[in-house]
Write a protein that binds this ligand. Sequence first.
Ligand code: ADP
Ligand code: ZN
Length: 804
Amino acid sequence: MTSAGSAIRVALPLPIRQTFTYALPDATPVPDPGVRVRVPFGERALTGVVMPGEPDPAPGAPREILEVLDAEPVCPPELLATAERVARRCFAATGEVLRSALPARLPATGAIRYRITERGALAGSASVGPAERSILEMLAAGETRRVVELPGDGAVRRDALRSLEERGFVRAVSTGREAARRVELAYETKVPAGEDRDARIARSRRGRDVLEHLDALGRPATAAEIREATGAGPAVLKRLTELGLLRRFEQDRREIPAPARGVPSPHPATEAQAAAIDRIAAAIRDRRFFPALLQGVTGSGKTEVYLRAIRLALDAGRGAVWLVPEIALTPVFARELSRQFGPLAAVLHSALSDRERADAWDRVRRGEARAVIGPRSAAFAPVADPGLFVVDEEQDASYKQRESPRYDARDVVALRAKENGAALILGSATPSMEAWHAAEAGRLERLVLPERIAGRPLPEVRIVDLRRQPARPDEKGVPLFSAALLERLEEVFARGEQAILLQPRRGFAPFLLCRECGEDFGCRRCSVSRTVHEKGRRLVCHYCGERSPAPLRCPECGGGVLEAVGAGTERVAERFSERFPGVPCAVLDRDTARRRGGADAVVDAVRTGAVQCLIGTQMVAKGHDFPNVTAVGVLSADTLLNFPDFRAAEKTFQLLAQVAGRSGRGDARGTVHVQTFHPEHPAIRRAAVHDVDGFARAELEFRRAFFYPPFAELAAILVSSADRDRAEAAAAQVGKGLRGGPEGLRISGPAPAPLERLQGKWRFQILLRAADRRLLLAALEAAVPERPPAQVQIAVDVDPQDLM
Ligand code: ADP
Ligand code: ZN
């Protein structure tokens, strides 16, 4: 700690790509990098993070910080450096990256609070000045207050406090971490196991799991513990409490039990697994950066490799981070991690409360937990000395954040792995073109698991040419179920097996059409048609959420023939029930997942067999393991294919491969029917024969020829405004700046974005491509103004995952 009066460098959560310089009040010890501070910014007070390094010289005298929030850093130095590099790479502000990385509500444990003393309470008002008096008045009730909560501001308040303290009228107390959190919420069972209890839980498998877990544990457990053990979230606990089966109460916080190790998987590793693990083990031991692509079809034992590698990292005294895509549906891996590593595991679900997230962060930062699993933001987990980073399903688009800061978790862990001499395992059955190309170029070592465990065959995939299918009169030439698919479904249901039907659109129908004038009832704020919901009763914009009752007559021409065109999941379910009246089905999409019990309830019902046919959007394709599903039908493979995006083919291929992986996971061989109007498209043809490498080679040829990633670095600049002319003019300005920029750039646009209007804003897009990231960033730096013109927003997405 250096002397008083120094300046510090602070990262603030603002869309301004710089750090800020602040002064420390006299006698304030210099806080360590990674400590949070409250600072004045304009009229506001913001929370920032102290950064390492010299502060930039400020133009005038820097303002003083208001308060130091933490007694020790909330973030290790390695992460601060990573955040700065990530920010630079994605053209964002370090403070915004740190805001994404840190839990939203990390308690301030180092903030100093003031309490009035007896002497202060008795002090006559004549003996103190006005500033001092108002402070004493506020403290008179006896509660402690933080500096920023006291009346007055800046130097006046501080001087008053110091004078009060010197005279013994107030005393500084620091809030200990422990004082803040001594109790926790816990649950215990109220009703012993038995028929009555079973009757009350009815069909809820999760409910039963929770009660059985508590019975077996023989003591109350916290919500976090219950979730780690059973996967049941707050909705289940709430329901059980309401049913009178659980009691909820506050208990004293227990000591964290000593690390107990669970058991590793009982199987000996296969030859291919062993080979991969050997390479990873050597890297972890030698503290060597080892980036690798673990390529293996679904069911080839990748998860097993991750778990063994994590064990190796922990045994070497190092930490591990395991990233999984954002699928709220599969806490399966998390449970396995907890089972195998007990309290050394930390699970970051997307459903955690702020408080649970903050607790998990603290446990990891203090080194109590060293194996972390979670979605995108877990890339920043403050694991000390990480020896391993795993990215499962590395091709998944959810690793890229769509809002500012638009960072990519794969980038984050790659930087950290390099920095820490760690293994980086990118796992996938269908690698992204980036990873596949990097492996080809030798920048990733390729580890291959060539076949499914126990030699189980991959499902047989049949392509169904929709052009040759007779359609019902109301289907307008687009049949929902082909004859081949219907025949297969009959067979599957007759055998008591299950099926999954994928329809990539939710709602009843993609749009409503007036048969007389062609009016299509688009959104008034967005340039898209509104989706028909609730069997035609409602129109909903999927982009801005605007909803209204569907009209009975066309407001334009008065015509009365309004027709819902096409089919979403809701309509598919309706038509399915007409065709298979005795077969119970359920829908899984964003709409049903939002409802109470939502996704969990649907997944449970499929697992118990209560639902025989699962109908849904992309959500049905990911991760599930339903051994009795033997048929998958892709009702339309063309939705994604027709997207105006250079990744359309890649995404289609990956989706088909993924949904195919849901079929035939048990003993019976599965089938997949892919219905399409483009049966010759390579993405569909190659997916049908599980030809990952063939697809990648052909796709990479296309990317190379048209200078797209991974051969180019790409950035999308989106200029938007409620005023179309302003947006267009600002976009033209940026375009001009880019054209006057360095050599070697390829600039497309400005042009109206594919989604030209969104939430009432007009949008123009410029695509920028360069051979390397540095050139790209330099061009952005030169042409994109730090402050956009009035009423205009400019967003820069480096390496965008979608171009709408
Ligand atoms: P992936 O992650 O590639 O889809 P998993 O790791 O989940 O594959 O493995 C698929 C199944 O095979 C799981 O049920 C797993 O327990 C089992 N399994 C994995 N490795 C082995 C092994 N070496 N011997 C026997 N079974 C294994
Ligand atoms: Zn809209």
